[in-house]
Design a protein around this ligand. Structure first.
Ligand SMILES: [Zn+2]
Length: 243
């Protein structure tokens, strides 16, 4: 099953969803896949205004549109997918934010784009499945860098030794930026098990709900024959429904 945001589910005229292994592109979004802009995500700060179906966006990690029928998605596998919508469903956005994007300001770029013609007070956002604070261990240097550069509580940034809480950082940034409401959809990509419904499902080799770059890398260190995750990232996205 795909993950959905309780907040975004209340917005009229849009369809959204957060992917998982079972449906890398959520079923609710598949009818619109032909309209997808082309893009290369590079952990950068570029937000592209999408004004035509299948628009070539080049290197970009954020997308914004006011046009119905154009699906915006981001690929993730431990990074945060963040989906945005104006409360009337008249404008939407999507951002791919890993630690680099969060550290260097991809959320601030989307805030700037939204505030150019409107106000974040009229928007909601949902943070999708990503590496959780339970599993996302990083270097102490990186924790220090976040704690020194952000005006947030050190315990919010790193709730346990050398673990970074990407979702909490994003949530705090979005609230500070004035969004009317922000929620979380899905859970930790590294440790969430697949919800097994039958005995044969429980016996399957892959017990996890999401694709995880981190978990896959650890498994590959033990077993180099294990395939990489290329082409298996989940996609999360949003579309303004055509009239
Ligand atoms: Zn976890």
């Amino acid at each position: 099953m795909s993950d959905f945001s309780a907040l975004l589910s209340q917005v009229p005229r849009i369809q959204h969803g957060f992917g998982s292994k079972e449906a890398l592109l959520p079923l609710s979004l598949q009818p619109y896949s032909e309209s997808l802009p082309t893009k290369k995500q590079v952990h950068g700060l570029n937000i592209v205004d999408v004004t035509a179906p299948r628009q070539p966006c080049g290197e970009a990690d954020g997308f914004y549109t006011e046009l119905p029928g154009i699906l915006l998605t981001v690929f993730t596998a431990d990074c945060l997918p963040i989906i945005f919508s104006r409360k009337d469903g008249g404008a939407v956005g999507a951002v791919h934010a890993g630690w680099r994007g969060l550290r260097h300001g991809i959320i601030e770029q989307m805030v700037e784009r939204i505030n150019r013609q409107g106000s974040t007070a009229d928007w909601v956002a949902s943070i999708g499945p990503a590496a959780g604070a339970c599993c996302y261990e990083v270097s102490q240097e990186l924790v220090d860098e976040f704690q020194q550069s952000l005006s947030l509580s050190p315990a919010l940034i790193s709730p346990s030794y050398r673990h970074l809480d990407l979702g909490a950082i994003a949530h705090a940034k979005l609230i500070q930026a004035g969004f009317s409401a922000v929620d979380f959809s899905g859970s930790c990509t590294i440790c969430t098990p697949k919800a097994a419904e039958t005995v044969s499902e429980r016996a399957q080799a892959s017990p996890f709900k999401y694709t995880s770059f981190r978990r896959n890398s650890l498994q590959r260190a033990v077993d180099p024959s294990l395939p990489g995750i290329s082409g298996r990232n989940q996609q999360s996205g949003i579309v303004i429904l055509p009239d």
